[in-house]
Design a protein around this ligand. Structure first.
Ligand SMILES: Cc1ncc(C[n+]2csc(CCOP(=O)(O)OP(=O)(O)O)c2C)c(N)n1
Ligand SMILES: [Mg+2]
Length: 798
């Protein structure tokens, strides 16, 4: 029979597309094998003591290669510690990098994801450069820095997805073509079955269903959360069953729900492809319930699953292992021969072994050098006859006998040697080397808590407020309202949201009328869900926008605190500057009514939000200056406005957008010579009252407003004041031992203030209990003017 040329073409193009398909499948199998080998070898490295802890993605390989096929440049992953296969398949991490992180290699050239600061499988792709500028995120695959707390990846996934929606619908944002391509980016959010028990999961899925944002939730369902099985985790033992009421129907909002099996490569590819495409086009969120996942090596290196999984379950897991089933499927469909697959498996072993070996050599080389140099310094001492009792020889021998020495071992040896020698000349080179290594270590482990870029807000020295001669005097809330109006017209990246922020413009009218002016994509309402409002802010900020996310009253910060402390505060540090989340949390507090509207949990913030700036303006003009400074850089910040300041009259500055208050620079708001009173926020008004009374008694008070608690008085201005007055009291509304004690510690210990004291320093604080309701409840719960007067009079008599 004769074959026409067009049939020929058709056949060859069919052959081509079959070859392409076959190659893709084989490549996916190769990835699954490499990832499996990585898990097996990774566990060995921990069990033989070369790494401290390991958690791996074995059992989830096939599901993840299938999902990664539909992860396009511009997309974001907000995942957890099981996603190594996803990272390898998207080429956002290599096997060698995986091992570098497992060894905790502090060199960012080896572990670029966390520079040894994070456990293994906590990946992070670069979002910002060293100048603090956002990279082109549209043409790269993006992984947000991983976290260990279960479900911590959920809240920010909402913001990562919401960004796509805003970029698609808000014309102001269209100019940012390096941040989005018409909002086509999907956020892939992975989570384990047991972690869906967390409130984070439910709050996020509900909000995604309400807002219709492009997020794909993947639940890797291996039936267990460490040892606790699904029946204790999930209603009806199935997350897709439990979520049925959220299923989107014609004309409703909601989410799409799909069920797939983790060993069914072809089935997953089909469902993921269509499902992800739909999310990309329609922005309807979806949940992929990936069932029948196995976990061949158990949860982590910390235990063995034989302790809690029944024998039948273990046997089932062996039989239904995804890699095994994919292999069978490839053979059944004659996509590769047994020999080809054997070859792939052998190569995978070799590749992983080589990657591991290289990572170890790179990790170990600088330590080895330190050991050699230390030993040679010790040899010099010995040659000079400094080792009278033979201690140095012993220290040297112990260090050299150590087969896997750490940086700590080197430092300990150097320090010990110094303890045994009393000749300053001989000690000097040892001490110098100790100090050099200590400095390098501090850089390795402690840098980048805040942005180190040129645009760091810490570098801002401030710009004075200007006032027109006949400028208006307005209510505090009107100062903010006029400022936010100017801000939204002057800064295209700003977006504000929270409970009651949109339609009514927040409960104190800071945004009143602005939604009507700037639109619902820039200023909008959220459900009552502080946790995910914070996550929403974090995700939007990671994608390069400048969110102002509201917590209606500071008392409710506790609800939103987890993502702030675990994610936003540590992000820049834990990625060693690769990622930033310049979120501004706007809140109000200190003094209104009752337990939950007049709290002042400042020490809670101070201990959980290192990595944030914490601004505590006494009035709204100061707040404006602080907002401007914070907006000039990439660090996250929280601004606590004074609840009782919205109706106080203030003169409106004429340079609302230019005026900047420097961070960490206190302001003396009343000069005096007898005592320094250090405080912030609304308490200052009570202190002013007390100072008037004391003035009449001939006691002159100097009142210092610290303006920010983080950073705190970076130039030691309070010490200068104390040097003049020799008496000091720290006053705030937090509990005893709270933020007032923090300020006390700074001035006494860090600034060395104790040397300038004539009398014992004091703190005056709120009571240990929560603020009681009503005017008298407030009076007895919080510092009051009479108490301040009495304490200061007592100090003057001492
Ligand atoms: C908030 C929090 N609680 C507890 C833990 C300890 N922990 C780590 S993983 C885990 C189980 C998670 O199971 P699952 O979500 O099913 O994920 P899997 O590890 O099975 O993939 C637990 C309880 C944690 N990391 N974070
Ligand atoms: Mg699980």
């Amino acid at each position: 029979m004769e074959i026409s040329s067009s049939t020929n073409e058709l056949l060859s193009s069919e052959k081509l597309s079959f070859d392409r398909f076959r190659n893709e499948v084989i490549n996916d199998y190769r990835l699954a094998c490499e990832s499996r080998e990585t898990s097996l070898l990774g566990r060995k490295e921990v069990l033989t003591g070369k790494a401290k802890f390991g958690i791996f993605g074995d059992g989830k390989e096939v599901a993840q290669v299938a999902a990664a096929k539909f992860f396009k440049p511009g997309d974001f992953l907000s995942g957890y510690y099981r996603d190594q296969t996803f990272a390898f398949a998207t080429e956002t991490a290599t096997v060698e990098e995986f091992f570098s992180q497992l060894y905790a290699d502090p060199d960012p050239a080896n572990d670029p994801h966390s520079a040894g600061r994070q456990m293994n499988s906590h990946f992070a792709s670069p979002f910002v450069n060293e100048q603090g500028e956002w990279l082109d995120l549209v043409n790269r695959k993006n992984i947000t820095s991983g976290m260990a707390p279960t479900a911590a990846q959920m809240p920010r996934s909402l913001g990562l997805a919401l960004a796509s929606k805003l970029f698609r619908h808000e014309k102001t944002y269209r100019q940012f073509s390096h941040l989005s391509n018409n909002g086509n980016e999907v956020c892939f959010c992975t989570i384990g079955d047991a972690s869906t028990s967390e409130g984070h999961f439910w709050e996020t899925v509900n909000a995604a269903g309400v807002m219709q944002v492009p997020v794909a939730f993947f639940v890797w369902d291996d039936g267990y959360g460490i040892s606790v099985p699904k029946k204790f985790q999930t209603t009806k033992g199935s997350i897709s069953e439990a979520l049925k009421g959220m299923q989107k129907k014609d004309g409703s909002n909601g989410i799409e729900i799909y069920k797939v099996k983790a060993w069914d490569y072809a089935g997953m590819c089909e469902i993921f492809e269509a499902g992800i495409q739909k999310i990309r086009e329609t922005h309807t969120p979806a949940l992929f319930h990936v069932e029948e996942v196995t976990q061949p090596q158990g949860h982590s290196t910390s235990g063995s699953h034989e302790r809690y999984k029944p024998t039948e379950r273990l046997a089932w897991e062996r039989e239904w292992d995804g890699n095994k089933k994919m292999r069978e499927w490839v053979l059944e469909n004659e996509l590769a021969s047994e020999e080809e697959l054997n070859d792939i498996e052998v190569h995978a072993k070799e590749l992983v072994r080589a990657g591991k070996q290289l990572a170890w050599e790179k990790f170990y080389a600088p330590i080895k050098e330190q050991v050699i140099k230390t030993a040679s310094l010790f040899d010099q001492l010995i040659e000079h006859g400094a080792d009278i009792h033979g201690d140095i020889v012993k220290i040297k021998n112990a260090l050299q006998a150590n087969r896997e020495p750490t940086r700590k071992d080197v430092l300990v040896a150097l320090h010990n040697a110094c303890e045994h020698i009393d000749n300053a000349t001989w000690i000097t080179p040892i001490k110098d080397y100790f100090n050099e290594l200590k400095k390098a270590g501090l850089n390795s482990y402690s840098s980048h808590l805040y942005s180190e870029a040129a645009n760091s807000p810490l570098k801002i020295t401030g710009t004075e407020a200007h006032y027109d001669e006949h400028g208006p005097v307005v209510n505090g809330y009107e100062v903010l309202n006029k400022y936010f109006d100017a801000l939204f017209s002057g800064n295209d990246k700003v977006v504000a949201f929270g409970e009651d922020v949109g339609k009514i413009g927040d409960v104190n009218q800071g945004f009143a009328g602005l939604q009507a002016k700037y639109g619902e994509n820039r200023i909008f309402d959220c459900g009552i869900r502080e946790l995910t409002i914070m996550g929403q802010g974090i995700g939007l900020a990671m994608r390069g926008l400048r969110p102002i996310a509201e917590i209606q009253y500071i008392d409710y910060l506790v609800y939103g605190l987890q993502p702030l402390t675990d994610d936003a505060a540590s992000l820049h540090w834990r990625s060693k500057g690769r990622q930033s989340s310049p979120l501004i949390v706007r809140t109000r507090g200190h003094r209104l009514e009752g337990i939950w509207h007049s709290g002042s949990p400042m020490a809670m913030m101070l201990s959980t939000l290192r990595g944030f700036h914490i601004a505590v303006p006494r009035n709204m003009v100061q707040a404006v200056g602080l907002y401007n400074t914070i907006l000039s850089g990439n660090d996250p910040a929280i601004v606590v406005e004074s609840l009782n300041g919205y109706r106080l009259k203030e003169k409106l500055p004429s340079n609302l957008l230019e005026y900047q208050v420097p961070l960490g620079v206190p302001e003396i708001i009343r000069e005096g010579s007898d005592i320094t009173i250090v405080s912030y926020g609304s308490t200052l008004r009570i202190i002013m009252e007390a100072a008037e009374t004391l003035q009449r008694a001939g006691i002159s008070c100097e009142i210092v407003d610290v303006q920010t608690l983080l950073p705190f008085d970076i130039h030691h201005n309070i010490l200068d004041s104390l040097k003049r007055t020799n008496r000091i009291v720290f006053i705030d509304e937090d509990v005893p031992g709270g933020a007032a004690a923090y300020m006390y510690n700074h001035v006494m210990e860090i600034q060395g203030g104790y040397r300038w004291l004539d009398v014992a320093p004091r703190t005056i604080t709120g009571k240990a209990h929560r603020p009681s309701y009503g005017s008298d409840g407030d009076y007895f719960s919080k510092p009051n003017a009479e108490e301040i007067v009495d304490v200061i009079r007592e100090m003057m008599l001492e």
